[in-house]
Design a protein around this ligand. Sequence first.
Ligand code: FE
Length: 239
Amino acid sequence: MKTMNEKMFVGLTRRGFLNVAKGSAVALAVGGLTAVGKAATEHVLPALPYPSNGLEPVISANTISFHYGKHHKAYVDNLNKLIAGTQFAAMPLEKIIMAASDKTDSVAIFNNAAQAWNHAFYWQSLKPKGGGELPAALKQKIEASFGTLEACTNELTAAAVGQFGSGWAWLVLDGEKLKVVKTGNAGNPMTQGMKPLLTIDVWEHAYYLDYQNRRPDYVKAVIEKIINWKFAADNLGGS
Ligand code: FE
């Protein structure tokens, strides 16, 4: 299991989520275990792409220890329990999300699968010493879609701050254009046919230990200091 986890991490860090977002066979946070045993497929918690204090001072190691070590881990563990012996057991994570979306009898499976995916995507959407200059192709696409980078980050900020209750703000590719969208709870824009490029978690567990109720301060600091534009550019790829 450990070996698989390490393999997954290497795959994720090398290839990012480009392939995942394109819906290829590279499945996010899924160990495609084919070895003998009761589970044909076991979903694994992917390793963080930086040390737990790597996002300080924007996000503390304390927040990461709970957010990654408890919340994210629980989504993965719960998912494995929920899908055991069901039609979802052998599916890659994205397939589960798509198959369980909007099904009233698979709400818990959808929630845990989407939260497992969303969190792995969120960790990659951030990086130590992020923000700053954008890769040229992404900048061009942003300017074509929003007019200016500032208009894009303003929209992203408004979506993140304005999401009522728990949820996510996303930069996505929708057809030919980039868009900012927000989703509640475990929602993921892929279920609406959009391709996620980056995300910001606005559940209170993402910021409350560091910012208490000041979500706007968390969002501002994330976008200015630790957002991973390179990751978004990689996901955009040659789309
Ligand atoms: Fe979260």
